[in-house]
Design a protein around this ligand. Structure first.
Ligand SMILES: Nc1ncnc2c1ncn2[C@@H]1O[C@H](COP(=O)(O)OP(=O)(O)OP(=O)(O)O)[C@@H](O)[C@H]1O
Ligand SMILES: [Mg+2]
Length: 397
């Protein structure tokens, strides 16, 4: 017998002897206690229902009404009245009937929630007087753990795929060399003006093109799964942008694209990994070129603008095109690995760009309007963290 029971036992035995004032005081305290306990139960994150031995609802809190879609003021009604119409409800009634106290996870009928259900017998003086049903909405926790599990599975699958991709690279290299040898033999031994020679030449070109595509896909994939290790060096950003444009100049000129360059800062020196930032810029400018080529509008002034400026402690590089743009519903997907709208795209371009920019403690934003064009904004800190430390060391050293 606990202390409260002992107290009530004593109180009832001596009921006639207790003064009216004392009784009033005790009842007031009891009423306060009841009120505060009800408030706690009412506001619990867990849904709680108690039923008597005949299945009649004795008490129910707000959360249980919500989780089981039971109206308030349902006390003294059978619980089965509210639960027997739903699949989940039927399972709960069955658990109550069987007095199954194991923790159960149930998905509600419209698949919105996952509920953790516990059934406890309620006892008094050694006999069962009813049942307590506890329901806890664990959807978020459950989904998070599922996501984590999937991420782990994906990580091991990625490691496996990276191994396979690596294994494909070597024979691909050999195939490439042998095709070149075959080309040489063809040139040497087959009449250059014959039909056979031109057909073999075309077939070799196709094989080489396909090998090139496969190599690009494998390289992008391997790059996207490998740990990014930056080799930060003082780099002139202006020169880097110019050399990137130079790298793509044939495509730009052949397609009559007007390239406008505006540098608000000359010779901006930043500590970056030149190779990776160049790779990112190539990706973005290539996307801009592709988007311009995709626009079917005839004779329009094809334009790409590249701007560099500094704002506070950041360098802003903006690449704007007036190409096909991105449909609003597709915009949230463009950084997802393997998302592409192109026939031969890997969909890893922007995934890798984002990784590179984030590794430099910067960020990338893309604004776009379908059929009007796209603006890519790269924000890079003028000083990397390790530089800040270096400067402080020098100051106090
Ligand atoms: N400047 C842009 N204009 C219009 N659409 C764009 C632009 N940049 C990106 N996109 C859209 O985002 C998608 C993903 O781009 P991402 O660079 O990641 O892959 P990709 O260009 O399709 O393939 P890859 O980079 O391997 O050639 C593109 O397929 C395209 O639909
Ligand atoms: Mg791309």
């Amino acid at each position: 017998m606990n202390r409260a029971n002992q107290f009530f036992d004593k109180f009832l035995k001596n009921f006639d002897k207790v003064s009216d004032n004392e009784k009033k005081r005790i009842f007031e305290r009891l009423s306060d206690l009841c009120y505060s306990q009800n408030t706690i139960i009412e506001n619990l994150e867990e849904g709680i229902v108690s039923i008597d031995i005949n299945g009649i609802i004795q008490g129910i809190n707000k959360k249980a009404c919500f989780l089981f879609s039971i109206p308030r003021n349902c006390e003294n009604e059978p619980l089965s009245k509210y639960l027997s119409d739903s699949e989940t409800g039927k399972i709960i009634l069955e658990l109550i009937k069987e007095n199954d106290s194991d923790t159960k996870l149930l998905r509600d009928d419209d698949n919105k929630r996952i509920l953790q259900i516990n059934i406890f017998p309620l006892g008094e003086s050694g006999r069962i007087i009813g049942t307590l049903i506890k329901a806890f909405d664990i959807t978020q926790t459950y989904e998070n753990s599922q996501k984590l599990k999937r991420a782990e599975q994906l990580a091991s699958l990625t490691t496996l795929a990276a191994g396979v991709a690596h294994e494909i690279k070597n024979p691909l290299g050999s195939i490439s060399i042998y095709i070149q040898l075959i080309e040489k033999i063809i040139k040497k031994n087959i009449d250059n003006s014959s039909q056979c020679f031109s057909e073999l030449k075309d077939y070799c070109a196709i094989i080489k093109e396909e090998i090139g595509r496969l190599e690009d896909t494998i390289n992008s994939f391997l790059f996207s799964v490998r740990k990014l290790e930056l080799n930060l060096e003082e780099t002139n950003i202006n020169s880097l942008i110019l050399s990137t444009i130079d790298f793509l100049k044939y495509e730009i000129e052949n397609n009559n694209i007007n390239m406008e360059i505006k540098f608000d800062r000359d010779n901006l020196i930043m500590r970056i990994d030149e190779r990776y930032i160049k790779q990112s810029l190539i990706n973005i400018i290539q996307n801009a070129i592709d988007s311009i080529l995709e626009k079917s509008e005839k004779n329009y002034k094809k334009e790409i603008q590249i701007k560099l400026k500094t704002v506070d402690n950041f360098a802003l590089i903006t690449i704007k095109d007036n190409g096909i743009g991105i449909k609003e519903e597709l915009l949230p997907k463009i950084f997802e690995p393997y998302f592409t709208t192109k026939r031969h795209g890997t969909g890893l371009g922007l995934t890798n760009v984002a990784r590179i920019i984030e590794a430099h403690n910067g960020n990338i934003n893309i604004e776009s309007e379908y059929k009007k064009g796209t603006k890519v904004i790269i924000k890079l800190p003028l000083m990397q963290e390790n530089q800040k430390f270096l400067k402080t060391d020098l100051l106090y050293g």
